[in-house]
Design a protein around this ligand. Structure first.
Ligand code: OAD
Length: 360
C-alpha cells in the first residue's frame, strides 16, 4: 500500500479511537468481495461486464435489465450459475465489519452486493440493507408472488445440467418468470433502503452527532443511482472516508476537506484498521474460523475459472441469433411493473445521475 494510503488509513483509525462512542455506516460494493473470488462489475479486464460483453448482449448491463430478462432470461441464468452464493467465503473486510458489530461500533451497512456475504460473516440482518436485493428469496416478475430460495436454485441446477433446457422457473399462479429478488435496472429498490436512510440522515442532522456517525464507503465505483447519492447526502458536518482502488463519485466530483481517501485494496485497509484499533487477534480468529487463510491461495484460480467460464459462453435464441433492441427502450423504467409489498414507488435503479434519489 502506498505510504499516503497507509497514513490515511491510520487517520481513519485515529478518528475512531479518539471518538470511542462513534459508530460506522458502511456503504459497500463489489470491490469488497473480489478477494472472495467474485469479480466486480466494472474493473477493466476482470470485471463481469467486460467479460459479458463477449456474450453478444446488446450491452453488458442488459443481463440485469428487467425488460431484457422478460424476453431473454437465459443470459441471467448463465450469470447466476457463476455467482450463486454458497461457494464463496467472506473477505477480511467483511470480517472487519463483523468486528465493528461485535464491538458495538456498527451503525449500518448499505450494501449493493447480491452475494449475501455480510450475512455469511455473521452480521445481524437488522444492520444490513441489501440495496440491490439478493439471491436469498425469489419473486414472480408479473404478480410479485414471493418464492423460497430453492425454486430458482433448483431450476438453475437443471439449467447447469442442460443449458438447452427451456424449462425456466415460472410462477404457479400466473406463469410469469420467477427470478431471485435482485433489483434489476428498471426496478425499484426495497422500501427498507429508503426508510433506513431517512432515519440515518435524520440522526446525522441532529446536533452533536458530528463525531458519532462516520461514513465509510468501500469497493464501489458509485455509478449506480440512487445508491451513489448516499455519500452526496451525508451532511457536511460528518466525516466521510473512501476505501477503494480508485477515487470515485462525489469523492472525485465534490471532494470535502474532511474526506479521508484511502486508495487501496479493501483487505489491506481492513488489516491496518484492525491493527490500529487493537483488534488483530479477533480478526485472525475470525479468519481462521472461516478458513479464509487457506482460501486466499485458491481465489486467483477461482477468478480465472469464472472468467474462463464466461468466455466460453454463447447466447442464442431459438433461431440461433440474439434480437438486438434499442438500448433506450431496454433501459426504460418499468415502475408500473413493480408493485410488490417491499417495493417503493418509482425509485428504480439507474446509471444516470439525474435519476437520483429524491431529496427531502
Ligand atoms: P463496480 O464493479 O462498478 O465497482 C467496483 C469498485 O471497486 C471499482 O471502483 C474498483 O476499482 C473497486 N475495487 C475492486 N476491487 C477492489 C478491492 N479489492 N479493494 C478496493 N477496491 C476495489 O461495482 P459496484 O459499484 O458494486 O447491480 O456496482 C454497483 C452495481 O452495478 C451493482 O450492485 C450491480 C451493478 O450493475 C446489480 O447487481 C443490480
Amino acid at each position: 500500500m502506498p505510504k499516503s494510503s497507509e497514513e490515511a488509513t491510520k487517520k481513519l483509525a485515529k478518528l475512531l479511537i479518539e471518538n470511542p462512542k462513534s459508530k460506522v455506516i458502511f456503504m459497500v460494493g463489489a470491490g469488497i468481495s473480489t478477494s472472495c473470488g467474485i469479480p466486480d462489475f466494472r474493473s477493466p479486464n476482470t470485471g463481469l461486464y467486460h467479460n459479458l460483453s463477449k456474450l453478444n448482449l446488446p450491452y453488458a448491463e442488459a443481463v440485469f435489465d428487467i425488460d431484457f430478462f422478460k424476453e431473454t432470461p437465459k443470459p441471467f441464468y448463465m450469470l447466476a450459475s457463476e455467482l450463486y452464493p454458497g461457494k464463496f467465503k467472506p473477505s477480511k473486510f467483511h470480517l472487519l465489519m463483523k468486528l465493528f458489530q461485535d464491538k458495538n461500533r456498527l451503525h449500518r451497512i448499505y450494501s449493493q452486493n447480491i452475494d449475501t456475504l455480510e450475512r455469511e460473516s455473521g452480521i445481524c440482518p437488522e444492520y444490513v440493507i441489501e440495496a440491490h436485493g439478493s439471491f436469498a428469496e425469489n419473486i414472480c416478475i408479473e404478480c410479485n408472488r414471493l418464492y423460497k430460495r430453492d425454486v430458482f436454485k433448483n431450476k438453475l441446477k437443471e439449467y447447469e445440467k442442460n443449458p438447452k433446457d427451456e424449462n425456466l422457473a415460472r410462477c404457479e399462479e400466473c406463469d410469469g418468470l420467477v427470478k431471485p429478488n435482485i433489483v434489476f435496472f428498471g426496478e425499484d429498490l426495497p422500501r427498507r433502503f429508503f426508510e433506513n436512510w431517512d432515519s440515518d440522515l435524520e440522526e446525522m442532522e441532529e446536533e452533536g452527532s458530528k463525531e458519532q456517525l462516520i461514513v465509510v464507503v468501500a469497493g464501489t465505483s458509485l455509478t449506480v443511482y440512487p445508491f451513489a447519492s448516499l455519500p452526496i447526502e451525508v451532511p457536511k458536518t460528518h466525516h466521510r472516508s473512501l476505501i477503494n482502488r480508485e477515487i470515485v463519485g462525489d469523492f472525485l466530483q465534490e471532494p470535502r476537506k474532511s474526506d479521508i481517501i484511502i486508495k487501496s485494496h479493501s483487505d489491506e485497509a481492513a488489516q491496518i484498521i484492525a491493527e490500529e484499533l487493537g483488534w488483530t487477534t479477533e480478526l485472525d480468529t475470525l479468519m481462521e474460523e472461516f478458513g479464509i487463510l487457506e482460501t486466499v491461495v485458491a481465489v486467483k484460480d477461482e477468478l480465472e475459472s469464472i472468467s474462463k467460464g464466461l468466455n466460453d459462453l454463447t447466447i442464442k435464441d431459438e433461431n440461433g441469433t440474439i434480437t438486438k433492441k434499442n438500448n433506450q427502450e431496454l433501459r426504460k423504467c418499468t415502475s408500473e411493473a413493480s408493485n410488490g409489498s417491499d417495493k417503493s414507488n418509482g425509485d428504480h435503479i439507474t446509471n444516470v445521475k439525474d435519476e437520483a434519489m429524491p431529496t427531502k
